[in-house]
Ligand binder design. Structure first.
Ligand code: ASP
Length: 313
């Protein structure tokens, strides 16, 4: 008997307080999340693996300028783009990631290629780009990632002299928002996978690498526990090894998915001023989309049910 597939995606967490979920400004976000989760849901129902479905969803999120990954990625302090991405396969703990890349159109595909190659787990900068080029992935001029909205965010951050989370100055968010994108899935074969991609944080120092490409911090998948994709203040997620901590709590402490997620998102992270959230699915199809900010762009779909999108609580 096959498992009922489950897919969940996120487009970042943050304050997102300015506009109610039903307001017109929220519409494009709901529409984009719905279209992307529906595409991944259809793929899963058609027999795609969790790995393929998460990479598909994250690739589409990277192409969407509303979110801080791929086209629409935030600027570093030096007005450049440095993108991070990771993918992990829960069945065999294979993982791949790239960090600080500026010319790979869809960094999640490069992460996938690193994983498939199998020699290394994490490639950075020019070496990662050379690897992606050799793998035949689409390369772009760095200006492809730039949007006027992100340039304005950088100006605001420079004026305020702070390092900002993406949704800090996005249309929906006056306060702060992290715009990383991610996906987790359970496929009909009972396997889990997670993928995450980001432009990082507005006004970050050139060379800064966040939690997203660090296996265990921003991304983790283990069929024995859960698939997890995080968004938030990356430094704190790294210090908590957040994604792995969810899985470890389930495996070693016998916690349920929700107990483990609550312990990380509502206790461990806030204890060190970590803000953000994560999405997670376990092998039974339990889902948790949790955040300690006022909102997180998110969507999920179970089996053939109509997808559900949400921004606030
Ligand atoms: N976690 C990401 C980073 O620190 C930022 C985000 O989630 O928006 O790079």
């Amino acid at each position: 008997m096959s498992t009922t597939p489950v897919i969940a995606i996120h487009g970042g967490a943050g304050t997102i307080a300015a506009v109610a979920s039903g307001a017109p400004a929220a519409r494009p976000y709901h529409d984009a999340l719905h279209a992307i989760v529906a595409a991944a849901q259809a793929a899963l129902l058609g027999g795609a693996s969790a790995l393929d479905a998460t990479c598909l969803a994250v690739g589409m999120l990277e192409d969407c300028p509303l979110f801080n990954a791929g086209h629409g990625a935030v600027f570093t302090h030096d007005e450049t783009h440095e993108l991070d991405a990771a993918v992990m396969n829960g069945a065999d703990l294979r993982a791949g990631a790239v960090a600080g890349v500026s010319h790979i159109r869809r960094p999640v595909q490069a992460a996938r290629a690193v994983m498939e190659d199998g020699t290394h787990v994490l490639l950075g900068g020019a070496g990662a780009e050379a690897f992606a080029r050799a793998a035949g992935l689409e390369m772009v001029d760095a200006s492809y990632f730039s949007t006027e909205a992100r340039r304005q965010q950088l100006r605001h951050a420079l004026a305020a002299d702070r390092v900002a989370l993406d949704h800090d100055s996005a249309p929906l968010a006056e306060g702060s928002k992290f715009g990383t994108v991610g996906a987790v899935a359970l496929d009909q074969f009972g396997h889990l996978a997670a993928a995450t991609s980001t432009g990082g944080m507005t006004n970050k120092r050139a060379g800064r690498i966040g939690d997203t490409p660090l296996i265990g911090a921003g991304t983790y998948a283990d069929d024995r526990a859960a698939a997890v994709s995080c968004t938030g203040s990356g430094e704190m997620f790294m210090r908590c090894v957040a994604a792995y901590d969810v899985c470890a709590r389930m495996r070693y402490a016998g916690q349920t998915l929700q107990q483990a997620v609550d312990a990380v998102v509502l206790e461990a992270l806030p204890a060190i001023d970590g803000r953000g959230g994560l999405i997670a699915v376990d092998k039974h199809g339990n889902l948790s989309l949790s955040f300690n900010t006022s909102g997180m762009y998110r969507a999920h779909a179970r089996g053939a049910e109509t997808p559900h999108t949400a921004i606030h609580r």
